[in-house]
Design a protein around this ligand. Structure first.
Ligand SMILES: Nc1nonc1C(=O)NCc1ccc(Cl)cc1
Length: 254
């Protein structure tokens, strides 16, 4: 998979191909990251890429021409067509299913990272296929969102995750929240590890984990359950979870 990121801060984005799981995946050749700075096509002695907004108001707007030129260069850099996605709060809220579809269908993705107050709308109309949002909050630019998209896509590439990590994907790939996790010591600050996890009985452990994933989803994100397709035993597990929560009086901090 090839990612081309159009950004005024390539140095902010490059680390996603240098660290951790995604760094190793890049080293293994599972994906390539290329960055393109629109300032290369900026105008005048300061290589300007922004200008004042028509209609007045605070801040600056990213101009059409430098971004169009950068996207043209992206297109010429590889014969395969690139899916162009801009990261903005006005975009479609990002979900795992969108990432799965992108990885399965698009060998090349160009991520457009805005800065300032916005991008000239005509560029978005002319050259951007989709706008995606990470959430309803405002970042200083699209770069951190682009890195999140790259990270989440790379984790879906075959071979990117060792066997151990891919388990972390399971519950979310079903649209459920993850179960609780524990590690040594067995006791700390008077707090124990749930007994089921110490039995070494894999079927019981998997049952416990699924019950906790279901229960937490029901408790914290009932909206996710609305789209969830229950498994055969899931209803019983959820009832069991509810029963236990009643007896234990629920969480201290909710
Ligand atoms: N939330 C989000 N989800 O994706 N991106 C964001 C975000 O805040 N971007 C900041 C930003 C800033 C300026 C411009 Cl021109 C475009 C995007």
């Amino acid at each position: 998979m090839r990612f081309d990121v159009i950004t005024l801060f390539p140095e902010l984005v490059r680390p996603v191909a240098e660290c951790g799981v995604t760094g190793r995946a890049a080293e293994q050749g599972l994906f390539e990251l290329h960055t393109w700075n629109p300032r290369r096509w900026g105008t005048g002695v300061h290589q300007a890429v922004d200008d004042r907004p028509y209609g007045g108001g605070p801040g600056m707007v990213m101009q059409y021409a430098p971004l169009a030129a950068a996207l043209a260069a992206v297109g010429e850099a590889d014969p395969r067509p690139a899916r162009v996605i801009a990261l903005t709060p006005q975009g479609r809220p990002l979900e795992q299913a969108m990432l799965r579809q992108l990885v399965q269908q698009q060998p090349r993705v160009a991520l457009l990272c805005g800065r300032y107050e916005g991008i000239d709308e005509r560029l978005l109309e002319a050259a951007v296929d989709e706008e995606w949002s990470l959430g309803d909050y405002v970042l200083s630019g699209g770069e951190l969102a682009a890195m999140a998209v790259i990270d989440a896509c790379v984790r879906l590439l075959p071979g990117a995750l060792g066997h151990a990590d891919s388990a972390a994907q399971d519950s979310f790939s079903e649209g459920l929240l993850d179960c609780p996790h524990y590690t040594r010591p067995e006791w700390i600050d008077g707090r124990a590890v749930p007994a089921e996890l110490l039995t070494g009985h894999h079927a019981r452990i998997e049952r416990w984990r699924r019950r906790e994933a279901l229960g937490r989803t029901w408790e914290r994100r009932p909206d996710l359950l609305a789209r969830w397709i229950p498994g055969v035993e899931d209803a019983a597990l959820l009832d069991e979870y509810r029963g236990l929560r009643k007896r234990s009086g629920g969480r201290r901090d909710t």
